[in-house]
Design a protein around this ligand. Structure first.
Ligand SMILES: [Zn+2]
Ligand SMILES: [Zn+2]
Length: 157
């Protein structure tokens, strides 16, 4: 039987544990690419810089609009997927079906941070703190990541 929440008395379903990785936000774009063993292309430097300045998660259309470099869709997506693979950014799947990306990797092994999805403007924001959902996994199930989506109305709407 699946138990949606912690079974012990007084356990809250969502525990705020720690802040999202800070290194990525403080290190220079050049350093980050170097540390991840990635070539420092103009587009990648521009992408990281843009993610650092972005106030909310970025969809393809946001990136396309913000980038100075003229880049085709497949090149952009290829770079996003490389960034995601090395943990520079993480993808968020909200109800729109359009993946949005934000700086920082998701902590692994069943932990993640929550995302706020505005029902009005469809903007996605990363929330500080880590969420830990306490599920009782049936035998043989190995959870890899937890995506918590908080729906509501953002401050701009
Ligand atoms: Zn909004
Ligand atoms: Zn996030």
């Amino acid at each position: 039987m699946l138990l949606p929440f912690g079974t012990g008395g007084g356990n809250s379903a969502i525990k705020m544990l720690e802040k999202i990785t800070v290194d990525i936000f403080n290190d220079s774009s050049q350093n980050l690419l170097e540390k991840k063993g990635l070539k420092k292309t103009k587009l990648r430097l521009e992408l990281i810089q843009h993610f650092k300045e972005a106030k909310h998660a970025q969809a393809y259309s946001d990136l396309k609009q913000a980038l100075v470099s003229d880049v085709d869709k497949s090149t952009l997506y290829r770079n996003l997927s490389i960034f995601e693979e090395v943990g520079l950014i993480h993808g968020i799947n909200d109800h729109t079906g359009v993946t949005k990306y934000a700086l920082g990797s998701e902590p692994s092994s069943g932990h993640g941070h929550a995302h706020f999805v505005c029902e009005c403007c469809e903007t996605v924001y990363c929330m500080n703190g880590t969420t830990e959902l306490q599920f009782e996994m049936p035998h043989g199930f190995k959870p890899k990541n937890v995506q918590t989506i908080i729906k509501g109305i953002c401050a701009n709407c």
